[in-house]
Design a protein. Structure first.
Length: 82
């Protein structure tokens, strides 16, 4: 009899009634789903034209990265919940 009680205690100890907490996710705005702006072409064949182009490209890249960062985090949270 004691064996059955012990066995029942061990088997019910593995059962869990705690439900996982689901995080409240807010859908990203449609702004974050827009494609990035096209990168500018180099205007001219001087070193200054290349430098200016790189500065413009870096600015566009950073703006695009910031815009899409929330979307990336949203998708990652959905993956983590599965």
């Amino acid at each position: 009899m004691k064996l059955y009680i012990l066995l029942a205690m061990f088997l019910t100890g593995c059962a869990s009634t705690v439900q996982p907490v689901k995080e409240n996710l807010t859908m990203p705005s449609t702004y974050s789903m827009l494609p990035c702006e096209p990168l500018p072409q180099i205007q001219g064949n001087t070193l200054q034209a290349v430098v200016n182009n790189q500065i413009d490209t870096i600015g566009l890249y950073r703006a695009c990265k910031e815009r899409h960062q929330y979307l990336i985090e949203y998708v990652q949270k959905i993956k983590d919940l599965k």
